[in-house]
Design a protein around this ligand. Structure first.
Ligand code: TEU
Ligand code: CA
Length: 558
């Protein structure tokens, strides 16, 4: 039986960067509300809001100090209710970001917890004694340094897998779990329609918190790999499901770095016992460095072969058992057109953005579009470290360039320009006016210099724009059941093609053949298509049969 979210399309908004309504240079809730009609015009069904809760904003809201209050920079609860009502009146659903692997160190639970070993909230977090004056184990934090912070007040260390201002909650404590479920039910009662769950597969830590594997040259062990998919994770999610999801009509997606197909089959099982779907990360890791010290800080390019093999593995791996989420972009990833496409010229940018959209949106699963992706926004290519705001980029620069001397400043600036999260976070480009129409004030993060030509106003005025192409892809998903339900298969022999990706989707009545030239060259390929086959979408005006022009994408229906 098909679920309501299976043929839905999600649009992610990063509130800080979407639309500033009061001229302080920071996006806000009334700004988003003003733009809901635009999201509706695109055709998305669900709007995922990155965190809007009260937060000191050390990690732009992924450090929450009050789960039931709105960050004052973004507005207040009345503004949120207004956004929710307006969305619902337009037929849009709202998905909240749920960040419960950790809180902010300013959350009152942590403020209490750090007071003393006997405090009733002590066990809400993960406290340990040091070992011979060192941290309790070798785990490294995601944003550099040890994952343990010594707290002078009690002389113990607390665990933080991310920044020191993001202490990890102790999910072994049933009070923590039920406090989270109560909070989720509170938001569901308010009328929100779903949750995107931040690093949810990290919440169950392995017993004894053993040292993590440490590659040569690395200062700390890989904590993420050690905590991912921990021993009690499925028990916790089933408990959450019984306490929250089963009580409401919610859509849920878990962010799950390090998730495997086998684990995803459990998290996202169609039996509905845990989550509806997960974000897997394998295709986002294909252009990582072989040198674990560098990780994503490299200019390595993913190959079509690797990308196709990975997407195919997830398509066939979950088919019939669990549900995929489909994404190229989010607030943590560089812009897809700059990463897997080509942003060098206007022609290449538009063609390759449409080709990548076709690759993803004809697959089985629920697609996610990240703000600006629908107009082909590109990486910002900032030239100076001063332009960056993200602690992830700034910390990585200092550790790799200043402390460890593993890359030069020039190299690292190049890598940041290609891979940093701030590439996704530059203000939404609405029009060619000052600050891209995002704000009347200097924005909190510089706008991309290309906003005078790449912007929403321009896209809406051009019938051949990337925007209208995405709109059509969404319409196709909403009207052709084979896109939601059909079987995925690679065209025979395509596995080894280094330039073209060709796959089919099939149900009892319909076949779709998706042909994608992933290169800048004109190629020749022959695929069997019946004489009456129709091209239902493509990024060139006509069909030249076996000739595939640069970045050509076309989809036959028969
Ligand atoms: O991201 C988790 C995560 O996997 C990141 O560490 C990711 O690997 C990194 O951003 C590099 O791409 C989530 C949120 O999406 C991210 O914005 C938060 O900073 C992080 O959790 C902590 O809450
Ligand atoms: Ca504002």
């Amino acid at each position: 039986m098909e679920k309501w979210w299976q043929n839905a399309v999600v649009y992610q908004v990063y509130p800080r960067s979407y639309q500033d309504s009061n001229g302080d240079g920071i996006g806000d809730l009334p700004g988003i509300t003003q733009r809901l009609a635009y999201i509706k015009k695109l055709g998305a069904d669900i709007v995922w809001l990155s965190p809007i809760y009260q937060s000191p904003q050390v990690d732009n809201g992924y450090d929450i100090s009050d789960y039931r209050a709105i960050n004052p920079e973004f507005g207040n609860m009345a503004d949120f209710e207004d956004l929710l009502n307006k969305a619902h009146s337009l037929g849009l659903k709202i998905m909240m970001d749920l960040v419960v692997n950790h809180t902010s160190d300013e959350h009152h639970w942590f403020q209490q917890s750090r007071q003393g070993k006997d405090n009733p909230y002590r066990d809400y977090y993960i406290w340990r004694d040091g070992q011979d004056g060192h941290a309790p184990n070798n785990w490294g934090a995601s944003f550099t340094g040890s994952a343990w912070q010594l707290d002078q007040q009690t002389g113990q260390y607390y665990l933080h897998l991310f920044a020191p201002q993001q202490p990890d909650l102790n999910w072994e404590n049933p009070n923590v779990r039920h406090s989270v479920y109560d909070m989720m039910n509170w938001w569901a009662a308010k009328g929100v329609d779903g949750f995107r769950m931040d690093v949810i597969n990290y919440i169950s830590k392995p017993a004894g918190l053993p040292d993590a594997k440490k590659a040569p040259g690395q200062l700390y062990g890989d904590a993420g790999a050690t905590v991912a998919n921990g021993p009690r994770i499925h028990e916790f999610l089933q408990e959450m499901n019984q306490n929250v999801m089963s009580q409401h009509k919610l859509v849920t997606v878990g962010e799950a770095p390090g998730v495997t197909i086998e684990e995803a089959k459990r998290y996202a099982n169609l039996n509905g016992s845990e989550l509806n779907m997960v974000f897997q990360f394998e295709h986002m890791g294909l252009d990582e460095s072989d040198n674990p010290v560098l990780g994503r800080w490299t200019d390595r390019q993913a190959t079509l072969k690797d990308l196709r093999a990975n997407l195919t593995k997830w398509q066939t791996g979950l088919a019939g058992t669990a549900w995929n989420s489909l994404y190229w972009n989010n607030h943590d990833q560089p812009r897809v057109v700059s990463r897997f496409g080509n942003d060098a010229t206007e022609t290449d940018r538009v063609l390759s953005a449409k080709m990548l959209a076709t690759m993803l949106h004809l697959q089985q699963g629920t697609p996610y579009i990240y703000e600006g992706e629908e107009i082909g926004m590109t990486n910002a290519h900032f030239a100076s470290l001063d332009d960056y705001r993200d602690l992830d980029a700034i910390n990585a620069y200092h550790v790799l360039v200043d402390d460890q001397h593993v890359v030069t400043s020039k190299q690292m600036l190049k890598y940041l320009g290609m891979r940093s999260r701030d590439n996704a976070r530059t203000p939404m480009q609405w029009d060619a006016s000052a600050n891209a129409g995002f704000s009347t004030h200097t924005p909190w993060l510089k706008t991309n210099a290309n906003y005078p030509t790449i912007n929403v106003e321009q896209a809406l005025a051009d019938p051949n724009s990337i925007f209208y192409y995405y709109q059509k892809l969404i319409q196709l998903r909403h009207t052709l059941p084979v896109i939601t339900n059909g079987t995925y298969a690679l065209v025979a022999g395509n596995e080894t093609d280094e330039q073209v990706y060709a796959y089919t989707r099939r149900d009892a009545t319909t076949t779709l053949l998706v042909i994608l030239n992933a290169t800048q060259e004109t190629l020749s390929r022959h695929y069997e298509v019946p004489a009456d086959a129709q091209v239902i979408i493509g990024n060139y005006a006509d069909d030249q049969g076996d000739t595939l022009r640069p970045y050509e994408a076309k989809v036959y229906q028969f």
